[in-house]
Design a protein around this ligand. Sequence first.
Ligand code: PEP
Ligand code: MN
Length: 707
Amino acid sequence: MPYTGVGSVTPMTDQDADILARLRLELDEVDNGIVRLIARRLDLVGLIGREKAGGAAGIRDADRERQVLERVESAAREHGFSVPLARKIFTEIISHSLARQAAFLSAGPQGGAREVGVAFQGVAHAYSHLAAQKYLGGLGLAGRFRGFRTFAEAVEALTSGAADLAVLPIENTTAGSINQVYDLLRTEEVHIVGEETWRVDHCLAAPHDVPLTSIRRVLSHPQGIEQCSQFLRSMPHAEARSYFDTAEALKAVADAGDPSQAAIGSLEAAEAYGLVVLRRAISNQEENYTRFVVLAREPQRLDERIPSKTSLILTTRHERGALLRCLEALAAQGLSLTKLESRPLPGRPWEYMFFIDIEGNVAEERMAAALEELRVRALYIKVLGSYPARATAPEAQPAAVKATPTERDRAEILAGSAPTGPAPATTSGAPVSAPPPRSSHYRLADRAARSEDTIVRVGDLLIGGTGFIVMAGPCAVESETQIAQTARHVRDRGAHVLRGGVFKPRTSPYAFQGLGLDGLDLLARAGQAVGMPIITEVMAVEQVRPVAQRADILQIGARNMQNFNLLREVGKLDRPVLLKRGLSSTIEEWLAAAEYVLAQGNGQVILCERGIRTFESATRNTLDLSAVAVLKERTHLPVIVDPSHGTGKRSYVAPMAWAARAAGAHGLLVEVHPDPGRALSDGDQSLSFAEFTVLMEGLATVTPPRR
Ligand code: PEP
Ligand code: MN
C-alpha cells in the first residue's frame, strides 16, 4: 500500500517508498548503535566506580564533568548539531553514571535486595510510576510497582510494610510544591532515601486519529490542564475536565473510545493505553520537570563520598531573626542550601515551618556539627534523610566554599535563597568570644548553648522567659461533668492550661488506671469548650502519637523520667513536652533525660519539679524548690513546679505554690477536683474549687525575683 504522508497531495511512487524504507532501516541501526554505546559507557563507568570505591576520593569530580561536557559540546559544534542538545543528552547520561557509581559505595535503599516493592500514587504509567522505574533502573534494581489512589495510601503501604519504598512527587518546576506530600513528610515516620526527576512532556492523545476541531472534551489532572493552558486556548470548542491523574485520564479516554474525547498526559502512558498521539510537546513551558522523593521506613546510611543532599523540617523559635540564626548555623559550616520552602503550621496561624534541602550527608562531620547547632537554635527539627543528589542546579555545586559572606549573601539569606559561604559570627557582625564549655551529658539543654531562655509556645500561650503560667485540673479525668466543671472553674480563676490524667501510673495495679483514650476525648472537649489547651501524661511509646493528635502538651511522669524509648519518641514530634523530675533523680540526670528529647530535634521541653524521695515522712515527697534556682542557672529550658505531688497534702499546696513563684519558677502544675473527698486518685492533695481560688488570689500578691 502506498504511503501517504500527512498533508501530502501527490501519492508516493514505489521507488520513493523503497528509499524511505532503506533510510529507516539505517536509522534503526544507528539507534541500536547509540544504545550499545551508552551501555558500553555505563560499563566503563561501573569499572571506574569500582576503582573509586577502593579509594578515599569522592565520586563527583566537578572539573572532570565540566571537561566531558566541553568536549562533547565542541564535538557537536564540529558536526554541526545543536550544542544545547548535546549538553542536555550528556548531562542526563552523566547523572545516570553517577548513580551507577554511587551504587558501588552503598548497599542502596534496600540494603542489597534485588527486587523491591514500590508504592506510588496513580494508575499504571502515571508520571510517578515512570519516575519510580527510572530511579530503580539507575540502581540496577527490579521493582514490583503498585499504584494507590492517594499519596496518603501510598505512604500507608510503606509504613505498614506492604511496600519497601514509596515514590512521591514533591515539586514541579512550573507548578511549584506539592503540599500534601510535604504534610505527609511532617506527620509520618518515613525517611527520604532518594530523589528522581522526570521531564514532564505532555501530549494530547485520543482513541482515534481525528482533527483537533472535533475534540469536545479534554481530560487530565488539574496540573496537566494548567501546564497546557496556552495550547488548550487554541481549542475553544473543547471543555477541560479534571481527573485524578494524567495516566488515569488517558486510560479513561482509551476505555471509552469516544472520538470526541482526548486526554493530556505522557507519551509513555498514551502509547501504553493504545492511544493515538494528536499533538506532542504541548506544555506552556518546554522545560517542565517534576522532582520525586523516594521514601523508606528506615534512613539510609550513605558513604560520605557520594554527593548527597539532606532534607529537614525546621520550626523556628518565637523570636526575632529566628530563621536567619538557623541559616547561619548551616552557613557557618560551609553548607549550601538547595531549597528553602515554608509551609503554614497547622493550628498556628501565621507561623511557619521550613523545609530545607542542604548539600551534604549526615555522616559528614560538618553536617553533624550544623545539625547540633540547629537543635539549639530551632524549636524543632526533623531530619528527613540523606540521599544521593540527582536534582541539583549545576551552579549550586560549589567547587570551594567562599571565605567571607558579602552583604548580598546576607540579603539572600534573609530573602530565603541559597547562602553561599560561612556566616558572620553574630547577626550584628560583632566578633564573639569562645563559647563557654558545655556539659557533656546535656550539651543542648545547657545554658552555655543558649544564653536566652527557651520560650515554649502553646497556641498564644508562651511558657518560659518572664511569664508565669498555671496548669490546673484533676489528677485523673473521671467523668464528663467532673472535667467540664473543673475546666470552667480553673479557667475563670485564671489558669492557662487544663490538666487531666487519662493513662495513670498508679503504684498499685488494683488502683484506678484512668479512662484511656475515651478520657482524652472528654479532656479535649472540656478544653475546647473553655478555650484552654490541654496537657496529659503518656506512659508508653505507642500512646505518644495518638495522644499527640489531641493533646497540646505531652507529660512524661516522674516514673518515666528515664524511659529512654519514650523520651526519644516524644523527641520526634513537634509538640511541647513536660518532663517531670524522677522520684530519686539528681538534677544532672534530669537534664540528661531532657537532652534525649532535644537530641531528637524537639526543643520544646518544660521541666517540672514535683518533689523527691528523702527520709522525711511528714510530706509525700520533699519539694525541692532549690532546683528552680539551680535549673535557671544551668539550663535555658522553662521550669515549673508541682506543689500537689511535691507535698501530697492539700493544706501545703498553696504556700508552696507561692514560694515557687517567689523562687522564680515559670509556672505551676496543680491538682484541682470538684469534690476531692471522692476523687478516684490523689484526693488528699487535690484542691477544692474554693481552695484553688485562694491559691490564685494569693499568687497575684507574690513578687517574682528580678531578672
Ligand atoms: C501526675 O501529674 O498526675 C503524676 C502522676 O505525677 P508524677 O509523675 O509527678 O507522680
Ligand atoms: Mn496525681
